[in-house]
Design a protein around this ligand. Sequence first.
Ligand code: HEC
Length: 160
Amino acid sequence: MRRFFFLLILVLIVLQLFRPDKSNVSASPSKANINNFVTVPAEIDQLLKTSCYDCHSNNTSYPWYANVQPVGWWLSHHVNEGKNELNFDAFGDYTLRRKYHKLEEIDEMIEQEEMPLTSYTLIHKNAKLSAEQKTQLIAWSEKARKEMEEIYPIDSLKRK
Ligand code: HEC
């Protein structure tokens, strides 16, 4: 038993040597931030920053336990996966179709309560969206799509 614990502790110590890269590669907000492409009212901007930016921007604020492996790997995996799907700091670099589609997905993810991830809101209580905040975000994503529809022909935004 003793030897087992000794081994376990040794393994945990060795694990600490393998640190995932932190994902804050460029400045946030960046030039490609969503704010520069569709209207994001201050209230909405604040909601997105509080509830989504840790996994969907270049500005992740890492908790102290991100330095403890294997927790750090797990967090890093979430952040990388989240940013690959949607990065509010890279939104401007997306094609028109992708921008439009991501706005639809935001609507859907919030409606279905898939975002923000439960594993996140368990710890970040302030990131949990109230019914009113959900309605606000959904209404905003619809408005943002309307805004795009007014500028661009619909077939450049979605396939028929
Ligand atoms: C703890 C990390 C985390 C937080 C916080 C978070 N997300 Fe995500 N998000 C992810 C991950 C991981 C994925 C990719 C896997 C998946 O779809 O479950 C993702 C995927 C998405 C997608 C992509 C769907 C697609 O298929 O195109 C959207 C849209 C999205 N999130 C919106 C949001 C919004 C809006 C918020 C804030 C209200 C938010 N997320 C908060 C981690 C997060």
